[in-house]
Design a protein around this ligand. Structure first.
Ligand SMILES: Cc1cc2nc3c(=O)[nH]c(=O)nc-3n(C[C@H](O)[C@H](O)[C@H](O)COP(=O)(O)OP(=O)(O)OC[C@H]3O[C@@H](n4cnc5c(N)ncnc54)[C@H](O)[C@@H]3O)c2cc1C
Length: 477
């Protein structure tokens, strides 16, 4: 807090406990405790301080995870036992001066020459810069547009500190994570043996994406420690602070804040350890890891602010550690992919995972009530021709008057639907001004809706009329 010095002595103690080997299999000298084991260590270390906790976490996703998933046997033999013993600390290098959220746009290049690559470029915001002994660096190995379009233009490398041409350019003075080195790295024609490639040439994006679920989970577990500490400080403080003749913990608004903090902690822990468990079971955890990171970092920021509020002015002094957690909290909404990016991941991945549950229910006009209801059985299939497509769209107007039908809705209504035939019918109806179509950015017909002319052509106005019983007959015309 007061002396900005990285706690190297504490990191050595962590190494001595073997905790750097938490996720490493026993045959490489590790503890084989899985992602859950790493998360437990990261949570507990982060209670001691962000520098220690983050240095540990970043080391886990700066080499260990990539080597376990993509390393060759030789690479694993060479590095994993050393990492497990805590002899080498890692860093992960994605971000560059002009490259942040758009990680696929990496500009650092690795040019192949014989059995080595020449690495040229810069990275910035690299946690453990200078402290780390090994750096997982992502670089561009192809300029071909077809490789870029398939995300096969990047390659991952393991670069050792001390390699000629590789240097520490600058250290960032951060608002939070005090005394944890974070900075710029420069690569000036750095010669990396091809043996140091992690995965194959062109697989960098795959390596990066595979590692992010692990990274987001472990990163989130490191937020749980300060959350617990802030609850401890706020509660202990309020139990001892007397205002209006009673301890401030007896004031309901303080109790509510502490209750919010506790529920934030419990929910975050469930999310983090659920994602860790999925990873340990080798299941897809993309949405769960992103959700853990999004929820935990947002809860963290809100929760620390509440903890400071419970402590009043004292909470905002640097004589208690809680104000420093607030600055640490902000970083967590940015690192490992910003929270906006987490929402993109959750939106895309979550919708894909739930796609079966998200189908529009069949709807039809109820036989007796005459009102739109969910259909109890599938509607009979129609022959695919112009008048039946128009009929389907007009029926949809009766039950979803404000909506378009999408391709899937229409195909479900037709016998043996064929995309080409459907397009042909839809375009023909559009040309006659009977329906309106919406085409996506690739020009594919995505949605269709009957227009007024089409509705009239599909049936008389009586088909669309409906009035509640209570409406006076004299109102109807
Ligand atoms: C303390 C710290 C430690 C870090 N450690 C590392 C590290 O060890 N290794 C490493 O490689 N990187 C590291 N980073 C970098 C971090 O991953 C990036 O800062 C982060 O990915 C965002 O990139 P950016 O800062 O360039 O923001 P930008 O990408 O420029 O984004 C700026 C804003 O625009 C929003 N935005 C951007 N694109 C979109 C979009 N498509 N949709 C919606 N919103 C969008 C962002 O959410 C953000 O709010 C670290 C950063 C910090 C601050």
């Amino acid at each position: 807090m007061w002396t900005k010095k990285f706690p190297s002595d504490l990191l050595k103690k962590v190494a001595g406990k073997g905790w750097f080997g938490a996720v490493i299999p026993q045959r490489y000298g590790g503890m084989n405790a899985g992602v859950t084991g790493v998360a437990i260590v990261a949570e507990e270390l982060s209670r001691v301080g962000s520098a220690l906790g983050e240095a540990y976490s970043v080391s886990m996703f700066g080499g260990v995870e990539q080597l376990l998933a993509f390393g060759t046997d030789d690479q694993k033999e060479k590095w994993l036992p050393r990492i497990a013993r805590g002899e080498v600390v890692g860093a992960v290098c994605i971000t560059e001066p002009s490259v942040g959220s758009d990680a696929a746009a990496i500009e650092t290049t690795a040019t192949k020459e014989h059995d080595y690559f020449l690495l040229d470029g810069k990275k910035r915001f690299i946690t453990n810069a200078g402290l780390a002994d090994i750096y997982v660096v992502y670089a561009k190995t192809s300029e071909k547009p077809e490789d870029k379009s398939k995300y096969q233009h990047l390659t991952a490398f393991l670069l050792e500190k001390g390699t000629a041409g590789f240097s520490l350019e600058k250290i960032n003075e951060l608002g939070g994570w005090l005394s944890l080195p974070n900075g710029f790295l420069d690569f000036n024609k750095v010669k990396i043996p091809a043996d140091n490639m992690i995965g194959k040439e062109g697989e960098g994006w795959k390596v990066m994406m595979a590692g992010l679920n692990f990274e987001r989970t472990v990163y989130s577990s490191g937020m749980l420690g300060p959350i617990r500490e802030s609850i401890r400080y706020a509660t202990a403080y309020a139990q001892r602070r007397v205002q209006f003749g009673r301890p401030t913990i007896d004031i309901p608004t303080n109790q509510f804040k502490i209750a919010d903090m506790l529920s934030g902690l419990y929910t975050a822990r469930l999310l983090v350890y659920h994602a860790a468990r999925l990873l340990d079971e080798h299941k897809d955890a993309m949405v769960e890891a992103a959700t853990a990171k999004l929820f935990t970092s947002d809860a963290y920021e809100k929760l620390i602010s509440d903890a400071i509020q419970v402590m009043g002015g004292d909470g905002w002094t640097r004589f208690y550690p809680v104000e420093s957690y607030l600055r640490d909290a902000k970083v967590n909404q940015i690192g490992a992919g910003t929270n906006d990016i987490m929402k993109l991941v959750i939106f895309r991945g979550g919708l894909k995972a739930m796609s079966k549950d998200l189908k529009m229910p069949h709807r039809q006009i109820h036989e007796k009530l005459g009102v739109p209801t969910s259909a109890t059985k599938p509607l009979p299939k129609l022959e695919p021709n112009e008048s039946n497509v128009l009929k389907a769209l007009a029926e949809d107007y009766q039950v979803n008057p404000g909506l378009f039908m999408n391709r899937e809705d229409l195909k479900e209504r037709l016998k043996n639907p064929d995309d080409k035939r459907l397009d042909h019918l839809l375009v023909a109806l559009e040309e006659k001004g009977l329906i309106r179509l919406y085409r996506d950015s690739h020009g594919t017909i995505a949605l269709g809706k009957a227009m007024y002319k089409g509705l009239r052509e599909a049936g008389p106005l009586e088909n669309y009329k409906w009035y509640p019983d209570w409406l006076s007959k004299e109102f109807i015309f």
